[in-house]
Ligand binder design. Structure first.
Ligand SMILES: *[C@@H]1O[C@H](CO)[C@@H](O)[C@H](O)[C@H]1NC(C)=O
Ligand SMILES: *[C@@H]1O[C@H](CO)[C@@H](O)[C@H](O)[C@H]1NC(C)=O
Ligand SMILES: *[C@@H]1O[C@H](CO)[C@@H](O)[C@H](O)[C@H]1NC(C)=O
Ligand SMILES: *[C@@H]1O[C@H](CO)[C@@H](O)[C@H](O)[C@H]1NC(C)=O
Length: 431
């Protein structure tokens, strides 16, 4: 608990220093300090507070996993041995292993909200927005904005406070959606209310910053896998690094037998259907798609690893079309490196997500070579073409999706390597 708050935290240098030391002892390697002198301060800084972005808090995501770093429950790949390599602080994401019982280690991803270059540029632009050319307190500048002042005074996150942000899920926010963001927000001491009474001013700034830069951590919190959503588990954040469960990339499947690829294709179609239509009545859709957004877990299940481009329409409360011509752009609108907003919600076709996945993902998983070599029905290729074609009607695209699912179903493996559906698949087609 206390470690949630920065003031009680040991300095990041101390924290990471201890962890380094442990690595060397574990590996039985001598602890070599470069140039046999104290570690150059520049390296120390790049590895620690600066590396994590803790020096930028509260213009950061949070501090909920700093304690786990401190307790050596997270280990990064190839950071130290065999040479004393400092991790490059110029990467957007890192693979690591994480344990919560110091026995089983699970793969995780540690990622920044945006690339280090974009973070740097955005920090500079914050200063420029306040008329300061060189440096400034970015926190002070953001706190002084009318947007933050309004939020700071309120216990409710209101649509007016997120207007003009580029985050796709905030394109047409309902109050119900914003309440869910607050309700599930994990980076505060006391999770679970739709009111922000338990948020400090610092918590509100971190939430607003995250909302403005990258929605990924918030989507993972709002729609957890434990409730059946296809997103990886969110573990928390430290400074500007955040951590979630890792998966193998989808592209690893390309050389695999047809059965594996059919199963992935089936799951992607099915998942996309459930995002569009679910008991919460939030329509989650893709605003853009690349094969890299999907990953496969150990048990064969498909996850959406990159939720940063997902848009959300509230099917229950609906949304207001943007009638007002007022300009809500401010410094928060461009912190992600782009000020370009996704198309308005009223222009989103019900078939948009399917067109995108059929065009950019499924066409790589299933090809006409499979028709000749593995007995894939030609119909799959024909229907994929229909599904990927935005000039087709929604109805035709949805029909193609159903035919694709029905045709792929018998190709899906039902054995122990597919733990996400085995053994149930032996007794029922539903799995
Ligand atoms: C995580 O642990 C596994 C098994 O010990 C290992 O093969 C893998 O390389 C580790 N990954 C990272 C990123 O350290
Ligand atoms: C970081 O990486 C980017 C893109 O790969 C590159 O343009 C930039 O020069 C790098 N910055 C540093 C400080 O190495
Ligand atoms: C809104 O205002 C910002 C900054 O004042 C300006 O850069 C932008 O072009 C304006 N956008 C529109 C649509 O008027
Ligand atoms: C499960 O089925 C797939 C596809 O038929 C096959 O490649 C794989 O070897 C099978 N695994 C086991 C453990 O039988």
């Amino acid at each position: 608990m206390a470690l949630r708050s920065l003031s009680y935290m040991p300095s990041a240098e101390a924290l990471l220093g201890a962890w380094w030391y442990h690595w060397f002892l574990c590996l039985g390697l001598p602890l070599v300090v470069p140039n046999s002198s104290p570690v150059p301060s520049q390296d120390t800084n790049s590895f620690t507070r600066g590396f994590l972005g803790l020096d930028k808090c509260n213009v950061c995501v949070g501090t909920s996993i700093c304690k786990k770093l401190y307790k050596e429950q997270i280990r990064f790949e190839r950071w130290l041995p065999p040479q004393l390599h400092l991790p490059s602080d110029n990467r957007t994401s890192y693979e690591a292993n994480y344990t919560d019982d110091s026995e089983t280690w699970r793969p995780v991803v540690l990622s920044r909200l945006v690339s280090p270059d974009l973070h740097q540029l955005a920090d500079k632009n914050i200063c420029i927005s306040a008329g300061k050319r060189k440096s400034c307190s970015i926190e002070a500048v953001l706190r002084a904005t009318p947007r933050f002042q309004n939020l700071d005074k309120s216990n409710i996150l209101l649509p007016s406070m997120v207007q003009g942000l580029v985050t796709p899920m905030l394109r047409c926010p309902s109050q119900r959606l914003l309440d869910r963001i607050v309700h599930r927000y994990f980076e505060v001491a006391d999770v679970g209310s739709v009111q922000m009474k338990h948020f400090t001013s610092k918590d509100k700034l971190r939430l607003l910053y995250t909302l403005a830069v990258n929605q990924q951590p918030l989507i993972l919190q709002m729609f957890p896998g434990t409730e059946g959503w296809p997103f990886p588990r969110y573990h928390g954040s430290c400074g500007r690094l955040m951590m979630w469960a890792g998966c193998r990339p989808l592209r690893n499947l390309y050389p695999s037998p047809l059965a594996h690829r059919s199963d992935a294709a089936y799951q992607i179609l099915h998942t996309t259907q459930s995002l569009a239509s679910n008991s919460l009545h939030f329509h989650l859709y893709y605003t853009s798609v690349s094969e890299d957004i999907f990953g496969i877990a150990e048990d064969g299940r498909i996850f959406i690893m990159d939720a940063s481009t997902i848009g959300i329409i509230d099917l229950k409360e609906g949304f207001q079309t943007e009638a007002d011509t007022q300009n809500h752009t401010d410094v928060f609108s461009c912190l992600s490196g782009s000020c370009t907003r996704t198309p308005p919600c009223e222009s989103i076709r019900p078939s948009q997500s399917f067109t995108l996945i059929c065009r950019h993902v499924l066409s790589k998983l299933l090809t006409s070579t499979d028709v000749q070599s593995s007995g894939l029905p030609r119909r799959v290729i024909t229907e994929l073409t229909v599904c990927a074609d935005p000039t087709q009607s929604d109805q035709k695209i949805h029909k193609a999706v159903q035919i694709l699912k029905d045709t792929l179903q018998p190709f899906r493996p039902c054995n122990i390597s597919y733990g996400y559906r085995y053994p149930e698949c032996r007794y029922s087609d539903k799995f």
